[in-house]
Design a protein around this ligand. Structure first.
Ligand code: COA
Ligand code: AMP
Length: 630
């Protein structure tokens, strides 16, 4: 069956489609129905089924006689080390960790925050939580203490699992002091922390609160998998919204199992036993879905890579890992390929390795520019698939489903909607637009299994953020169009979210930090085009009247503040001082127009602009600083 027949089959009877897919999952009690309509735009999948994620990701493969297959390959060019863990080993390691957590009082439904770098223990921590029905929330290592504190207060974890440090090229990131400051800043205090001591920089433990990772597991009993309901939260993952308060995206157990398992063959074209690699980080949704859960649920070997596309040690690292570990499908962000291409434009490094194992490459996280796709396709000689999704959806809304059929590639398009997603382009009043017209991209409710059912402790915010603009639809926050062949084009965000090196960031959150500076009267942050990172944040500061301090000093201070409050991952390095910000007559800052000016892209003078002369001032300032060069 081809893509169109499979999509039509889903359209014809979505519930039957997903009940069929659910048969690939082990249930303690099979769900009696696929979908529950909770009203008010809220839906749940497989709510009355009973299952366990860890069983499906680990134990069942051992039971099936595949215990000696590799589950995880840890490849760490930054520590010059590798480790291989079979499914049988993973089972006993995870059961022991789960037993240790339970011995410390962690039970089903308790939250556990995980703040760890790319080491296998991070995956084991996620699986150990799943084993006992605890709800994990992984926080990316590049966030600062304040961001960690915000998440601690929202998720209220009973335990925090952390490593003593992470490793960035050329420097050690001490996690423990960040964790200590976060706990000091937060209102909520965890009952205990378990710290994985890394030899690169062990950390002093806080008496009475911190446990040593190895010691606390030493005498722990092995824990069995606890059956949980299909609508039991598997995890909370915080993502950037329009304000400094991140959104706690919830993933339910049953839907995640069914959906991710379905994607592994149909989208990523791997069979159980194949090696799959997503070069991302456990702190992002890609890490949740495609380093940890998807490959393991489907019985694939997953690679845990602690390194960068370049500089660890060179632009050939990706190709070495693929060749050495026989990767069949590889997933990364376009920015990573741009970094490699910049260092090795001719692909000399590619030629050094036998990449005959590699059958396809997947890109997501930001718009994949045609140059990058073409370069990768030419150098690697395999299909390079752009696919579009979000933290909220947990898996691809649109893709080229190579496991079903290889559809023709159209550069600039992440291809076609996957079963589960009816994608419409809507105008401002919510009316569907004809093919080829640009509008808001919305997905008809209900969203498929594996997508967010709501936000943690924030049902009203879930409704306001996603369901209120277009009744009956989920608002993606992206703008774009669909062509006559049904191919989607993702053009821009419709909110204040930007994408820097494949990392999703909120300009609103950065503005909150700038606004706190005593000399700043008003500010704006926009995302400007960047040849490596896709976008990069740029701040505009209006200083208080009478402020006589040197501008450069204030700029340096706000740059440092964003790094301290949000973290290095914000990559906020530039701010310009201006007299005034362009606004509408009602006082709304015209950020989108400023983006056009900075990027030298055409724009229409907003009809509601208060004082058009301010745009000239902004343009002059940008030009003086090397932007808007036309
Ligand atoms: N812990 C601590 N700090 C981190 C970090 C982590 N896990 N990850 C990144 N940082 C730091 C970086 O060291 C950098 O610090 P600096 O300002 O002192 O240089 C800063 O955060 C910004 O990082 P980044 O934007 O990633 O830039 P980079 O220059 O380090 O690397 C790329 C550029 C393109 C090589 C890199 O961004 C990359 O590999 N991106 C892939 C993105 C990706 O996988 N996204 C996941 C979605 S699929
Ligand atoms: P995240 O939640 O971090 O995965 O970021 C999701 C956002 O990244 C989407 O809403 C898009 O704006 C952007 N994005 C992800 N994948 C793509 C893609 N293939 N093409 C264009 N934009 C993308």
């Amino acid at each position: 069956m081809g893509y169109r027949e499979i999509y039509a089959r889903w359209q014809d009877n979505p519930e039957a489609f997903w009940m069929e897919a659910a048969k690939a999952i082990d249930w303690v009690q099979a769900p009696s129905r696929a979908l529950s309509d909770l009203g008010d735009g809220r839906f749940e999948w497989f709510a009355d089924g009973l299952t366990n994620t860890c069983w499906n990701a680990v134990d069942r493969h051992v039971e099936a006689g595949r215990g000696s297959q590799l589950a995880l390959i840890y490849d760490s060019p930054v520590t010059h080390s590798q480790r291989k863990i079979t499914f049988a080993q993973l089972q006993s390691r995870v059961a022991r960790l789960a037993g240790a957590l339970r011995a410390q009082g962690v039970e089903k439904g308790d939250r556990v925050l995980i703040y760890m770098p790319m080491v296998p223990e991070a995956i084991e921590a996620m699986l150990a939580c799943a084993r006992i029905g605890a709800v994990h929330s992984v926080v990316f290592g590049g966030f600062a203490a304040n961001e960690l504190a915000v998440r601690i207060d929202d998720a209220q974890p009973k335990a925090i699992l952390a490593a003593s440090c992470g490793l960035e090229p050329g420097r050690v990131i001490a996690y423990k002091p960040l964790l200590d400051s976060a706990i000091a800043l937060a209102r909520h205090t965890p009952a205990f922390c378990a710290i994985l001591q890394r030899p690169e920089q062990p950390a002093p433990l806080t008496e009475g609160r911190d446990l040593d990772w190895m010691a606390f597991q030493a005498d722990a009993p092995l824990a069995d998998c606890v059956p949980v309901a299909g609508n039991h939260p598997a995890y909370i993952l915080y993502t950037s919204g329009t304000t400094g308060q991140p959104k706690g995206v919830i993933r339910h157990t049953g839907g995640q199992l069914v959906a991710l398992n379905w994607t592994m063959k149909n989208i990523y074209n791997v069979d159980p036993g194949d090696v799959f690699w997503a070069a991302s980080d456990v702190g992002w949704v890609v890490g949740h879905s495609y380093i940890c859960y998807g490959p393991l649920i489907h019985g694939n070997t997953s690679i845990v890579f602690e390194g960068k596309p370049v500089g660890t040690p060179d632009a050939g690292t990706f190709w070495r890992v693929i060749s050495e570990h026989q990767v069949r499908s590889f997933f990364t962000a376009p920015t990573a390929f741009r970094a490699v291409k910049r260092e090795d434009p001719t692909g000399a490094q590619v030629a050094r390795y036998d990449l005959s194992c590699l059958k396809q490459v997947y890109l997501a996280g930001e718009r994949a520019d045609p140059d990058t796709i073409t370069w990768a396709q030419n150098k690697l000689g395999v299909p390079v698939v752009d696919h579009w999704w979000q933290t909220e959806t947990g898996w691809a809304i649109a893709a080229n489903p190579l496991g079903i059929e290889t559809l023709p590639t159209k550069l600039g398009s992440p291809a076609v909607p996957m079963p589960g997603y009816q994608v419409d382009i809507l105008d401002d009043t919510g009316q569907p637009l004809p093919d080829g017209e640009l509008g808001s991209i919305a997905v008809k409710l209900p969203l498929p299994p594996g997508t967010l059912p709501t936000l943690w402790n924030a049902d009203a915010r879930f409704h306001d953020s996603y369901l209120s603009a277009f009744p009956g639809y989920y608002e993606t926050g992206d703008a774009g169009m669909i062509d006559a062949d049904g191919y989607l084009y993702i053009m821009a965000r419709t909110d204040d979210v930007i994408n820097v090196a494949g990392h999703r960031l909120s300009t609103g959150a950065m503005e909150e930090v700038l606004q706190d500076h005593p000399d700043v009267a008003e500010c704006a942050v926009i995302g400007v085009a960047d040849t490596l990172k896709g976008q990069t944040p740029l701040g505009f500061l209006c200083l208080n009247a009478g402020c006589t301090r040197p501008e450069a000093e204030i700029v340096a201070e706000v740059v440092q503040r964003v790094r301290d409050v949000i973290g290095p991952v914000a990559a906020f390095k530039q701010a310009l001082v201006v007299n005034r910000l362009p606004k509408t007559r009602s006082g709304k800052i015209l950020r989108a127009t400023m983006v056009h000016i900075a990027n030298d892209t055409p724009y229409k003078m907003p009809a509601t602009i208060d004082d058009p002369a301010i745009l000239d001032e902004i343009k002059n300032t940008l030009q003086r600083n090397g932007f808007a060069t036309a």
